[in-house]
Design a protein around this ligand. Structure first.
Ligand code: OSB
Ligand code: MG
Length: 369
């Protein structure tokens, strides 16, 4: 298809409540929405990089720069709208996986719309709804955490992830476990520990957790392989897995027994599929992580999580858990069995509320041929 125009929208959305992790607390979420117009169709994508470089070295600011200076010009001049092998075609540009993934998402949306097929169908999805949970940020105290978890359980969520950091780990997790003995519970440290300080986490091994996510540094597959040997509980990697190659190496080293797939972190949906397939072949379960996405990214996550090896519930909560208003007309809600329906319409299966998009836009850039 011939690309007529690309617009990038830098947006800032108010979160329903502050979200605190080991790397900081946020009240608003920035991201870049990518709009590609081609032959009368519009594809939408979301670049999930955060404002701060706390989760990843990539930020909404660096993504904006990379899109403007390096990624959009060749896209326009080469005029290839097929999402296949976008990573290969952009391999001469190092890094910036979230910026690249945002473009790829818009191209998948465009392809689905052109072919009248949903993203789930294009990716090989097999389920029409997916099991989900909530990722609960660090609260002021363990008792407030227990209350926050109780509120989410009352809404129908059947899997809870809590964020931990040094000093707010074992005690918080024990409090939640004690209050909810049978709950499917997991923790996420967002790389706040070292091989030495992670010994403080050993008591977590008695709490029947589904997994312990990303205890050590993002560039440290090797020490994770040592740490996994100390735990009966499965370690799960998030930040460390930035490509199918990293996934393979992590599994070969025994650095984890579960993988969290986020399409932004691994450079897009095609790489997500590769990691999915690799893990399926090795009998390693995967699940879909989240980046507090808008309805655009949430639709993509639901499509991805409809693949068969997404064995654990995803960090894909209902719209109202994140935002009072969204930029999509579609609102995602939780079914009574703690699932969310996978969009069925062509491409991402969502439409954009242009007025709302305009309202949250801080700046925008239009490029054309
Ligand atoms: O580590 O999984 C993470 C949000 C932003 C950055 C990193 C993470 C998260 C979450 C939220 O845990 C998951 C969600 O979108 O609900
Ligand atoms: Mg994580």
């Amino acid at each position: 298809m011939k690309i007529d125009q690309i617009t990038i929208h830098y947006i800032r959305m108010d979160l329903q409540s502050p979200f605190a992790t080991s790397f900081g607390s946020i009240q608003t979420r920035d991201c870049i929405v990518i709009e590609i117009n081609a032959e009368g169709l519009t594809g939408w994508g979301e670049c999930v990089a955060d404002f701060d470089p706390g989760y990843s070295s990539e930020t909404s600011g660096t993504s904006w720069l990379m899109l403007k200076e390096f990624l959009l010009p060749p896209l326009l001049s080469n005029d290839v709208t097929d999402p296949s092998n976008l990573q290969g075609r952009l391999a001469h540009i190092k890094g910036h996986l979230m910026a690249k993934a945002g473009i790829e998402m818009a191209l998948w949306d465009l392809q689905g719309k052109a072919q009248g097929r949903s993203l789930s169908e294009l990716l090989g999805g097999t389920s029409s709804s997916v099991e989900v949970g909530v990722s609960v940020g660090i609260q002021h105290s363990a008792s407030e955490l227990v209350e926050a978890v109780e509120d989410y359980l009352a809404l129908g969520y059947r899997r809870i992830k809590i964020k931990i950091k040094p000093g707010r780990d074992v005690n918080d997790t024990q409090a939640v476990r004690q209050a909810f003995p049978g709950l499917r519970l997991q923790v996420d440290a967002n790389s706040a520990y070292t091989l030495e300080t992670a010994n403080a986490l050993l008591p977590l091994d008695d709490l029947e957790l589904l997994l312990i996510e990303q205890p050590l540094a993002e560039d440290d597959l090797w020490d994770h392989s040592h740490l996994q040997k100390r735990f009966r509980t499965a370690l799960c990697l998030d930040e460390s897995i930035i490509s199918p190659r990293h996934a393979r190496q992590a599994l070969e080293m025994g650095s984890c027994r579960v993988i969290n797939i986020k399409s932004g972190r691994v450079g897009g949906l095609e790489n997500s599929l590769k990691i999915h397939d690799l893990c399926l072949a090795k009998n390693i379960p995967v699940w879909c992580g989240g980046m507090l996405e808008t309805g655009v990214g949430r639709a993509a996550n639901l499509a991805l999580a409809s693949l068969p090896n997404f064995k654990y519930p995803g960090d894909i909560s209902a719209t109202e858990r994140y935002y009072a208003r969204d930029i999509t007309n579609e609102i995602f809600s939780l079914n009574s069995d703690s699932t969310i329906n996978v969009p069925k319409g062509p491409g991402l299966g969502v439409s954009i509320n242009l007025g709302e998009l305009e309202r949250v836009t801080l700046k925008k850039l239009v490029v054309n041929q």
